[in-house]
Ligand binder design. Sequence first.
Ligand code: ADP
Ligand code: ZN
Ligand code: ZN
Length: 828
Amino acid sequence: MYVDVILPLPLPGSFTYAVPPEFADKVGIGCRVVVQFGNRKIYTALVRKIHSDADSSLAFKDILSVLDNEALVKEWQFRFWDWMASYYMCTTGEVMNAALPSAFKLASETRVAINPDYRIDSVTLNEKEFSLVETLYNSKKSIEISRISRIIGQQKIIPVVKTLIEKGIVLLEEEVREKYRPKKEYFIKLDDAYSNNEAALKELFDHLEKRAKKQLEILMHYIQISRHGFDELHEVKKVELLKKSACSAAVLDSLIKKGVFKGYEKTAVRETKLNPESSPGSISLSDQQNRAIKEIRDSWTEKDVVLLHGVTSSGKTEIYIKLINDILEQGRQVLFLLPEIALTTQIINRLRKYFGDKVGVYHSRFNDAERAEVWKRASVSSKRPGGSASYDIILGARSAVFLPFADLGLVIVDEEHDSSFKQVDPAPRYNGRDAALFLAHLHGVKALLGSATPAIETYYNSKQGKYTLVELPERFGEMELPLIQIVNIREELRRGRMKTHFSATLLDQLAGVLQNREQAILFQNRRGFSLRLECEACHWMPMCKNCDVTLVYHKKSNQLRCHYCGYESPVPSVCPVCQSTGVKMKGFGTEKVEEELGIFLPEAKIARMDLDTTRSRHAYQTIITGFEEQKIDILVGTQMVTKGLDFDHVSTVCILNADNMLNFPDFRSEERSFQLMAQVSGRSGRKKKRGTVIIQTYNPAHPIIQSVMKNDYTGMFKHQLTERRKFKYPPFYRLILLRIKHRNPQLVDQAASDLAKKLSRIFGNRILGPEYPPVSRIMNQYLKHIIIKVEIESSVILAKSKLLEIIGAFYQKPEFHPVRVLIDVDPQ
Ligand code: ADP
Ligand code: ZN
Ligand code: ZN
């Protein structure tokens, strides 16, 4: 008996292992097994196929153990992985790596032992090596590296172990252990003898009152906690009860011994009771929303994908909730995909309000154990026994497409235009939206894409009839779209009406906001205090030593930092090139905006939201909550403030400089600028009061600024489409980007031009480059890009197989072996 397994490595194909008799009835397809691969490496692999037709003349290694009793990965998931590997041109092993939470990929704690065959000559050992060897000798068996380091009080021991292994003195013994254990908690519940019998309970009270005041205290607290929001007495967590009552565990134990309480351990499942008034049935939709829902349901009888194009605040979420409810009533599951940063408690709470504990959340800020838990709960159907713990709605970022859905019934992708659906590194470089559409197709279920500013490709697909287009052109509840005011920076400068980066119009508007006790959002798409430093005399600028970018000044730390690799350096007081002291700040970022605004509006409470202020897991939420509770008047932020947030008192939104986004060198920069400006504008204006948006720009006549002002998505779309057709970009051409990478710039040059030459022979003028990307060195790796443009109507499968052939031929040259060629299909 043999198994073909997938290894979590960037190697093509699957690998065959033999199954020893003791595992024969344990292995199953989709189960994990432990195998040895290479000399000493031990991996967790996934069984893809069980068979008996291996070439018996070859010696196959045995599998070492079986980790699952039942399939962790379902049959259809393998087909999904295959599609992803072939579409995005990577290996199934790489997809496996992205798909499985690392808790399922086993931590191997490395253990080492003395090589008994080695005769040690102490002269060859230095002091550190000697003490390590001594420890191993004394222990007589293998020990974990972490333990040795504790024993000998050495932190950096790995390099020592490494040299000893290389010298053959120490052997490695890897021990694979499973990391994931479901979280168990201890619960306390009043015994039925009391909870169902008031008289007995009263008697117990009287008894404890006289004899055991401490025990009475616990009982009272138990009743208080467990009644909260419920009709009957409920179980409570032991830790919670002890904390609230401030009693010792011993007091509680004596009550358990008396039979008053039952104590037991179980897997923790949060229980929230639903408010019966907030059922999806209780939402009454507007006429517009009802029409949209009808159109969506009708179109699903013919087509699989609907694009819901609804302006900001048109009530798309309410529509999603109704449609989700349809699917839940059929006992099936819904995947609800969002761009990472928009996974705020705002949307989670909105869905939980209606669907309670049926909503599971899955994204990268969750730890491994939590992700593993969601995995398990998505894989059971609520219709099956034990299904009460199932998640019927999964709200997640792109990686949620990999969950083992028990019975998927619908896929929704909100803010479908967002470029953060795309994974850049490592492979698979997939787009979560497109993967979700394939997932829906694989399950034979319908999909809904929603956005106020659809991606050009998506809108084009709907215009071509591939998707159905459903429009919601009005905001909910007679709310008006905001009034957009364009401020010409050049003109304002000329008239002396600019105070640093703020026009008088903007500052007046903000003063009004403060007076009316409203709130404002200020958008600036760069973080940091100032873009960069520059010597006024010789124009020298401090650069990162690892990357080809200028360093950014961060005021809080008073350091210069690289936004690509994190390299930090102190601020120079004189120019190192010409010794001039005139090293000055240029440009401006969010941190500087926050500070300067404080000077002009001293009474305003200002906060900042960008990558720097939201590094910790809860920081993002803290800022949002503070803003919701009006502890903050003005929120200064980057892209983060544009996404899917709803605030009740925001009357004004300001875009400080529209030009730096428009001028970014990328064929999507105009589309992106429109999306950003329209989305951030959408945060302005609430019920009954029309909002205001102020856009500062040097270029008020720019067609994109004009489209934003007129809220003219279709105008923008038509213009972009003409450009895309003319310059051969999506949606008329598919792009495949090759990133050629190595430490040696000459080698990168050579390799890139060799590869481009080979490609041109087949693809002709469909090849763009090789070119240096805007940042041509990152973390000491030099980069060159080649783009292949394939006509949308021609066979992309054929193009991809040609491409792989050419890359294969390229690697025939030994000097190119160390060069990396990364393939990015549909780059963003
Ligand atoms: P979108 O997702 O399109 O930006 P939302 O779904 O967030 O819009 O709706 C905007 C606001 O209008 C929200 O505060 C929402 O609660 C409210 N709203 C939308 N539809 C309804 C409805 N049918 N009944 C009550 N409130 C609604
Ligand atoms: Zn200088
Ligand atoms: Zn750097």
